[in-house]
Write a protein that binds this ligand. Structure first.
Ligand code: BMA
Length: 368
């Protein structure tokens, strides 16, 4: 009888250990991350084997030829369902603007985020903050900007005040039961290119790493923001060494990604497939070694001029891979410069029918 009881207790213990292991397999970069944030990371690990979630920047706010029309969405109108991942941009929040740098109202954005979260969507946030040294845009670099905002630099206090605006925004993101909405935060993207003030030619490798570490530590430890998963993402890269040059360390990263765009006509299709395939293979290896989440953090082919691009190019590049999500860049439509910019088809666009076919493959996950 005693032996029997012992065996039962052992089974209970084993069951409990399995349960705890299931809930705590993923370690968030933030040791004090909220429960929902930890669950999000766990779920991202779990769903890696189930398919790739599809996302789009600014999707609910505008599309090609429209803005602020209820629940309208270019993705919904072409795929027949909403996307799984929503990204929003916080550039210009640091200067108290009412709208971000692409004309989206921050107040509306908060509501879009809450609505998408309620429907099971995942939220990510990009941040192209103005140059703190010159007050100009993120694209107007000036030597010494990163150095100036690090501790001891002349603009460190100013940078902290920019972060404080973000803190207020993140702490405003609450769901129905009052819990903070977990979001992926990916500032300082594409830092191996030189088009932003935090880019390759404008600071040292160590300064960029310090900037990432300082930003996270300030948000988490000084301001108690604990609803963020931290994303690190480069632009295109060709080796593990190159990718990791500016990597701030495992303790500062949850999501590892990169961005890639098709440029030129469809003759470069095969080249793009090969490059994405190779980069994803390298990314998956690094992410697996570090127990992080791999993702294609932004991508696109501006104006999608190839009617079969989604199945003939993008799907072919993705099909062997296990990454958490892909995020198409924004459907700006006609810009003030008269240029067209969009990366998702809209109703009637040349690649819309093919996009619908792409969405029906088991590999790609939408809201449903
Ligand atoms: C770029 C373009 C710009 C936009 C910027 C920040 O790639 O889409 O029009 O302002 O991103 O979102």
């Amino acid at each position: 009888m005693r032996i029997f009881k012992k065996i039962i207790s052992l089974f209970i213990l084993l069951f409990y250990m399995l349960l705890v292991a299931e809930v705590t397999t993923a370690q968030t970069a933030d040791n004090e991350a909220t429960q929902e944030t930890r669950y999000l990371l766990n779920n991202l690990h779990k769903q890696l084997t189930q398919g790739i979630m599809f996302g789009h920047q600014n999707d609910l706010a505008y599309g090609v030829g429209w803005k602020y029309e209820g629940k309208r969405s270019d993705v919904k109108e072409t795929a027949g369902q909403y996307q799984a991942v929503y990204e929003w941009e916080l550039g210009r929040l640091e200067i108290d603007a009412a709208e971000n740098l692409d004309g989206v109202s921050f107040n509306k954005m908060k509501q879009y985020i809450a609505d998408a979260y309620q429907c099971g969507g995942m939220i990510t946030i990009s941040w192209h903050l103005n140059n703190p040294l010159t007050g100009k845009t993120a694209w107007e670099f000036a030597h010494g900007t990163v150095e100036s905002i690090l501790p001891g630099g002349s603009k460190n206090e100013l940078y902290k005040s920019c972060l404080d605006k973000k803190v207020a925004f993140f702490l405003h993101l609450k769901a129905k039961k009052g819990e903070f909405i977990p979001v992926i935060f990916r500032p300082f993207d594409e830092q191996n290119g030189s088009w932003f003030w935090w880019g390759k030619n404008h600071c040292t490798l160590e300064q960029l790493k310090q900037l990432c570490r300082f930003t996270e530590t300030y948000l988490q430890e000084v301001k108690n923001v604990h609803n963020l998963l931290d994303a690190f993402n480069t632009d295109r890269f060709d080796s593990i060494e190159a990718y990791l040059e500016r990597y701030p360390g495992d303790a500062y990263v949850d999501i590892m990604g990169f961005d890639i765009y098709q440029k030129g006509d469809i003759l470069v299709n095969d080249k793009l497939i090969a490059e994405v395939d190779k980069s994803l293979t390298l990314l998956e290896k690094m992410a697996a070694d570090k127990n992080k989440i791999p993702a294609l953090t932004d991508f696109g082919y501006n104006t999608v001029p190839d009617s079969l691009w989604w199945t003939n190019v993008f799907y072919k590049a993705l099909k062997k891979h296990t990454i958490a999500y892909v995020l198409a860049w924004r459907n700006a439509g006609k810009k003030s410069t008269d240029e067209m910019e969009f990366y998702m088809p809209y109703k009637g666009q040349l690649s819309a029918t093919n996009f619908k076919i792409f969405t029906l493959t088991d590999k790609i996950i939408f809201e449903k």
